[in-house]
Write a protein that binds this ligand. Structure first.
Ligand SMILES: [Zn+2]
Length: 138
């Protein structure tokens, strides 16, 4: 399902970033913060709501659906664990809930990407505290 990438760098398990990845790992679903007071979704994780300033939030599961907002194609990897997959695309996807999330492309070649392409998230669990976010065409 997911390509083997021995030695790859895992996401940080610290702070709110760590909570984001631990929740994805525990559930296999993409969760984002949602403001308890005004219901605004937000990402990346932070302590206060940009809309109303509230410091109260919950982690809520997203639909997992979104559209390609932009992408970049990597021809020279920073992490050598990805050198066998060149070229690969990293996407910015605007979720149906609103926030934009970065993830890897699965299922099609980067040359087949188009703006506004409908995609769905896939969570790759790699440890109890880490997961990778991928998207494939819906
Ligand atoms: Zn708010």
């Amino acid at each position: 399902m997911f390509p083997e990438r021995p030695g790859r760098v895992l996401p940080s398990a610290l702070g709110l970033n760590g909570e984001f990845y631990a929740r994805a790992s525990a559930t296999g679903r993409l969760h984002l913060q949602q403001c308890f007071d005004c219901s605004a979704w937000r990402h990346p994780p932070r302590f206060r709501c940009a809309r109303c300033g509230s410091s109260a939030w919950t982690w809520e599961p997203t639909s997992g659906h979104g559209r390609v907002f932009t992408w970049t194609v990597t021809h020279r990897p920073i992490d050598p664990a990805f050198s066998g997959e060149l070229p690969y695309a990293v996407l910015v996807v605007e979720l149906d809930e609103g926030p934009r999330v970065v993830g890897n492309l699965l299922g099609i070649e980067p040359a087949a990407l188009s703006l506004d392409l409908a995609v769905i998230v896939e969570i790759e669990v790699v440890s109890p505290t880490a997961a990778f976010v991928h998207f494939r065409p819906a």
